[in-house]
Design a protein around this ligand. Structure first.
Ligand SMILES: Cc1cc2nc3c(=O)[nH]c(=O)nc-3n(C[C@H](O)[C@H](O)[C@H](O)COP(=O)(O)O)c2cc1C
Length: 312
């Protein structure tokens, strides 16, 4: 695939290989690591616009982006245009140039509130949300799925509506809500959406290898790819795609990850956060069963650092 800079509204992003928003995973630590691997743009995990406006400390923490804020988009979700626009205009998002609106989250708690993927059932409401957020002066991007159930394809209509409403980029996760995260992405739906608009269309879903990324671009003609679980399971995938020279082993990467966590949060929590990544990092590795088990039980970061340092 051709890796190139991308104009998004009135800004340029470094390249067209993005790291997806992933709740519980793409905190500052992972975003920083993947920017070092060459990602063109990263996203915070979804943050409730209402939660933010009611001053939730947790929401603010999710937005922390350090100096990397220039290569980070804030992703917000909600059903109420008033709150979404207010979030865009708030102090919390002041330093983010790009704000992404989540229209794909399948989680029942979100869906039942008319948020996330529920917006795909109400194009007028979604349009109003985008128009209101655009008035904030932020560069607004949108992340959608292709619909609710097998056979749906709302991607083209949503891409056209988003462009007309003033959005500067759309990411299409080529799966429907009932797919959650499994199954082959609907390449045709992404391709149709791409052909229908002039704003960049980013393709997402099921990219775990370089070949998957090449195949995605070939089959959809999309302007770029967004990597999600593939970037967690294979920390070097972004660097391979972007041809970013790196001089770091998986062991060093893991050590860096745990140290970044421990700088940001209380020690026990840093250990817990790191433990979530263990199944991904050790997948397919042989002879590490005991180390994996020990890491999954580790209660503090010193223990994790020692285990990794001595056993890898
Ligand atoms: C654990 C997890 C958390 C996610 N959280 C978000 C989120 O906060 N916002 C969002 O737009 N998508 C979220 N997603 C969806 C991903 O961004 C992506 O669209 C999806 O995983 C498909 O890509 P993949 O098949 O390459 O993993 C999440 C996915 C996973 C697995």
């Amino acid at each position: 695939m051709e890796v190139c800079t991308l104009a998004v509204g009135n800004t340029q992003v470094k390249n067209n290989v993005f790291l997806a928003p992933m709740a519980g995973y793409t905190d500052y630590s992972l975003r920083k690591l993947q920017l070092e691997m060459g990602a063109g743009l990263t996203f915070t995990e979804l943050v409730s616009a209402k939660g933010l406006m009611y001053g939730g400390a947790g929401s603010k923490e999710l937005l922390y982006s350090g100096e990397e804020i220039k290569d980070t988009a804030a992703q917000i979700f909600g059903a109420d245009a008033f709150f979404l626009r207010a979030a865009c205009e708030s102090e919390y998002l002041k330093d983010f140039k790009i704000v992404d609106i989540n229209m794909g989250c399948p989680v029942p708690k979100v869906f039942k509130n008319g948020e996330g993927s529920a917006l795909l059932t109400d194009i007028k409401k979604a349009e109003n949300i985008i128009k209101e957020c655009v008035k904030s002066g932020k560069i607004i991007t949108v992340k959608i799925r292709t619909g609710q159930k097998k056979g749906d394809d709302v991607a083209t209509d949503f891409a056209m509506m988003s462009e007309n409403a003033g959005a500067s980029l759309i990411t299409v996760h080529g799966r429907v809500r009932e797919d959650y995260y499994s199954g082959e992405p609907d390449f045709n739906a992404i391709e149709r959406a791409k052909r229908a608009v002039k704003i960049p269309v980013i393709a997402n879903g099921g990219i775990f290898t370089e070949e998957d990324a090449i195949n995605m671009i070939e089959r959809t003609g999309a302007d770029g790819v967004m990597l999600a679980r593939g970037a967690i399971a294979n920390p070097f995938l972004v660097s391979k795609l972007t041809k970013t020279p790196i001089n770091i082993t998986l062991k060093d990467y893991m050590l860096k990850h745990i140290k970044l966590f421990s700088k940001r949060v209380e020690d026990k929590r840093a250990a817990m956060e790191f433990r979530k990544f263990v199944p991904y990092y050790f997948k397919g590795m042989t002879g590490v069963k005991e180390l994996k088990l020990a890491l999954l039980k580790a209660e503090n970061t010193a223990e994790i650092i020692e285990l990794l340092s001595k056993n890898l």
